[in-house]
Design a protein around this ligand. Structure first.
Ligand SMILES: *[C@@H]1O[C@H](CO)[C@@H](O)[C@H](O)[C@H]1NC(C)=O
Length: 200
């Protein structure tokens, strides 16, 4: 076995593992972007309008925007779960969303909840999720998609405006194919690699 070849294969596996879904990662469609409230813009996963970059997530900005110097100024209007960004704009903290002008902690799909407004699956998904039996669940006629989102079970009858949802069933098939090559976890990659090298 040639050490150079092993190093090359390992490098390829590592690059393949990080490709695609993180904020500022490469993408072809919105669906390739795994971070909540991102979309694919010019081949890069980017925060949606009304969201700001905050480390590796996108934080919600109120509209109209609120200028700030210190977080206390944001707390007055958006509540204590808000902060002042480096660009001097009030925003919700990461993993919080705006509900009636207040920042509220996100409860993900299948988290425990007491109220509908706690459940969050992205700005474009809010009408599809609800607190059902104290469990954030997809509303009737919708099903979970890629662990955190809800999509319609009947994409064909949806309006053209709901572009992302319409595409979902096709993307699932593609996802199965691409996930088998790009999102295998490092351990699996290493095992597959070892077997491959041993069998040669
Ligand atoms: C919510 O429901 C899902 C699906 O039935 C289940 O897998 C999950 O464990 C539930 N979560 C809680 C917090 O009970």
């Amino acid at each position: 076995m040639n050490l150079d070849k092993i190093c090359l294969v390992i490098a390829v596996c590592l690059v393949a593992n990080v490709a695609g879904s993180a904020l500022h990662g490469a993408c072809e469609t919105d669906d390739d972007c795994g971070t909540i409230d991102t979309l694919c813009h010019n081949g890069i996963c980017t925060c949606k309008e009304h969201f700001a970059v905050w480390f590796d997530s996108c934080v919600a900005l109120p509209h109209p925007r609120i200028a700030c110097e210190k977080k206390n100024e944001c707390h007055r209007t958006l509540g204590i779960k808000s902060m002042c960004t480096k660009k001097n704009l009030c925003a919700c903290k990461p993993f919080h969303h705006l509900h009636q002008g207040q920042c509220v902690k996100n409860r993900d799909l299948h988290d425990m909840c007491d109220h509908d407004h706690q459940c969050y699956c992205g700005a474009d998904c809010q009408d599809k999720i609800a607190c059902i039996h104290k469990n954030c669940s997809c509303k009737a006629g919708h099903k979970p998609y890629r662990t955190r989102r809800c999509i319609s079970e009947h994409p064909i009858v949806l309006s053209v405006a709901d572009h992302q949802v319409q595409l979902a069933p096709i993307r699932i098939v593609e996802r199965v194919i691409t996930s088998s090559t790009t999102t295998i976890n490092p351990l699996v990659s290493m095992i597959v690699l070892s077997i491959f090298l041993l069998l040669r």
